[in-house]
Design a binder for this molecule. Structure first.
Ligand code: CMC
Length: 437
C-alpha cells in the first residue's frame, strides 16, 4: 500500500473545543474524497466522535474499490465495473481485486490452474453435510463449512500472509464446491464433483444442475450471465460484511474464520439477504397484485416495518450502477432462455411507481443491486434460498482482498470503536435479600 502520508493535503480543519483550538489534518484520496483526520482527537482533547451506523467514518485507507454514491460510479482498482462486467470473466476480476492489476495470459492460466487444483473439498467434510437438519439454511451451512476449512487446511501458520495466494485460490475454488454440495444435499441428490475441463462458472452450474438422470448441458449464455452477476457483486468497499471481515481479521484471526464472519453479516435482509427478500416480496405482491399500491403505501408508512426490498442504499443517492447493468442483463437473459416471469412485470411496475413518487424521490431511493438479480437467478434455475449464497460467491474475492490489504497495512490496529455510556452511574451493591422487585 502507498504511504498514507502522501494523501495529507497540508491543510487543516480548526475545531474550537471550549476555547482550545485544534488543527485537524485534512486528507484527500486519489479521487478527491476528503476526510478530517481525527486520529489524535481523544489524546489531544479527551473528546471522541459519535457516528452511529458509521455514516461519516472512514475506517481505513484502501486501494481496492472507488465508489461515488452521488454520481453512481463504481470502479475496481480503477476500472469501471460496466467495462469489467462486459469484457472480463469473474476469475479475471477476482485476480484483479487480489493482485491490483488485470492478469496477463500467463498469470490468468496460473490462477485458473490453482482454482482447478483446489476445487475438491476433503471427503471428510462431506459427512458434515449429512448432519445439518433437513431445512438448514444454505447460508448457515456455508459459513460453518468455510469456518471449518481452517482445520482441514491449517497451513496458514503464524504469518497470516504466508501462502496467501494459495489460500485465496483454495477458498475461491472450494466455496463454489461447498455451495453446490449444500444444494445437492438439501435435495437429497448425489453430489456432482468439479471437472477440470469446465470454467469456474461452468463448473458451478454443472455441480448444481447435473444429475445421473438428466445430464446438464452448460449453456454459454448462462455462463456469461453468471460471470456478470458475480463480477458485479465482487466488491463494494466498506459495506457491512467487508467491514466485518476486516474487524474480525484485525483481532488476528485466520482468513477462513474472518470470511465465515463476513458470510454471516451478508446474510441479513438489509444487506445480501435482500436478494431473497425481494423475490419473497414480489411473490407476495403477485398473489395480491390488484393491491400493488397498498404495498407502496406500506413501504412509505413510518409505523409499518415493511420496506421495499431491493430499494435504497446507504451510499448511492442515485441509481445503483450495478442495478442498471442487471436490469438490462435480466431482460436479455429471460429473452435468451425464453422465460416469461410475471415477477419481472411486477418489479418493473414497482420501479415505475417508486421513481415517480415524492416519498422515494425526496429520499433518493432507487433500485439497488438486489432488485433484479433474483429474477435472473430464478431464470437460470437457482432456488431462492441460494440467492444470498450466490452473493457470497461473488463477494469472496473482495473480502479476501480487504483482509489481505488490512494485514499488509503498517497502521493496522485491532478494530475497537468507543461508545458514549448512558447507563446508571456508579451505585452501591445491594445484597440479594435487600433487593426490591
Ligand atoms: N423502502 C421504504 N423506505 C425506505 C427504504 C425502502 N427500501 N429504504 C430507506 N427508506 C427510507 C427510510 O425509512 C428513511 O425514511 P425517513 O427519513 O422518513 O425516516 C429514509 O429512507 C432513509 O433510510 P435509512 O434507513 O436511514 O437508510 P440507511 O442508509 O440506514 O439504510 C438500507 C440503507 C439499504 C438498509 C435501506 O435503504 C433498506 O432497508 N433497503 C431495503 C433493503 C435492501 O434492499 N438492502 C440491500 C442494500 S444493497 C446490497 C447490499 O448492500 O448488500
Amino acid at each position: 500500500m502507498k504511504k498514507p502520508d502522501r494523501y495529507a493535503t497540508g491543510r487543516t480543519a480548526q475545531l474550537d473545543l471550549d476555547g482550545k483550538i485544534l488543527h485537524l489534518p485534512i486528507i484527500e484520496g486519489s479521487e478527491g474524497e476528503r476526510a478530517i483526520d481525527i486520529r489524535s482527537l481523544r489524546a489531544d482533547s479527551g473528546f471522541i466522535t459519535l457516528d452511529s451506523g458509521y455514516t461519516n467514518t472512514g475506517s481505513c485507507f484502501s486501494e481496492i474499490t472507488y465508489l461515488d454514491g452521488e454520481q453512481g460510479i463504481l470502479n475496481y482498482r480503477g476500472y469501471d465495473i460496466k467495462e469489467l462486467a462486459e469484457r472480463c470473466t469473474f476469475v479475471e476480476v477476482a485476480y484483479l481485486l487480489l493482485h491490483s492489476s488485470l492478469p496477463t495470459r500467463e498469470e490468468l492460466d496460473h490462477f485458473r490452474h490453482l482454482l482447478g487444483q483446489y476445487a475438491l473439498i476433503h471427503e471428510d467434510m462431506i459427512h458434515f453435510f449429512d448432519h445439518f437438519p433437513p431445512n438448514a439454511t444454505p447460508m448457515s451451512i456455508l459459513s460453518s463449512m468455510v469456518n471449518v476449512l481452517c482445520n482441514f487446511y491449517p497451513e496458514m501458520g503464524e504469518d497470516p500472509l504466508q501462502d496467501i495466494d494459495v489460500t485465496s485460490a483454495r477458498l475461491i475454488s472450494k466455496i463454489r464446491t461447498i455451495a453446490s454440495f449444500s444444494y445437492k444435499k438439501s435435495m437429497g441428490h448425489p453430489l456432482v464433483y468439479p471437472k477440470a475441463d469446465l470454467s469456474y462458472c461452468g463448473n458451478f452450474l454443472n455441480m448444481m444442475f447435473d444429475s445421473p438422470v438428466r445430464p446438464y448441458v452448460v449453456r454459454p449464455e448462462v455462463v456469461v450471465t453468471l460471470n456478470k452477476l458475480l463480477i458485479l457483486h465482487a466488491d463494494h468497499e466498506q459495506n457491512c460484511s467487508t467491514s466485518t471481515v476486516r474487524i474480525v481479521g484485525s483481532a488476528g484471526v485466520n482468513l477462513y474464520a474472518s470470511i465465515s464472519a463476513g458470510i454471516n453479516a451478508l446474510w441479513g435482509p438489509l444487506h445480501g439477504g435482500a436478494n431473497e427478500a425481494v423475490i419473497k416480496m414480489l411473490e407476495t405482491i403477485h398473489k395480491d397484485k390488484d393491491n400493488l399500491k397498498k404495498y407502496i403505501a406500506k413501504a412509505k408508512d413510518r409505523n409499518d416495518p415493511f420496506r421495499l426490498s431491493g430499494f435504497g442504499h446507504r451510499v448511492y443517492k442515485t441509481y445503483d450502477p450495478r442495478a442498471l447493468i442487471l436490469k438490462e442483463a435480466c431482460d436479455e437473459t429471460l429473452k435468451v432462455l425464453n422465460v416469461n416471469d410475471p415477477l419481472l412485470d411486477i418489479a418493473r411496475e414497482i420501479e415505475e411507481i417508486a421513481l415517480n413518487d415524492q416519498y422515494f424521490i425526496e429520499r433518493n431511493l432507487y433500485p439497488n443491486v438486489d432488485f433484479y438479480s433474483g429474477i435472473i437467478y430464478r431464470a437460470i434455475g437457482i432456488p431462492t434460498n441460494m440467492f444470498t449464497v450466490m452473493f457470497a460467491l461473488g463477494r469472496l474475492p473482495g473480502w479476501i482482498a480487504h483482509w489481505k490489504e488490512m494485514q499488509e497495512d503498517p497502521m493496522r490496529r485491532i478494530g475497537r470503536p468507543r461508545q458514549i455510556y448512558i447507563g446508571p452511574r456508579r451505585r452501591p451493591f445491594v445484597p440479594i435479600d435487600q433487593r426490591s422487585p
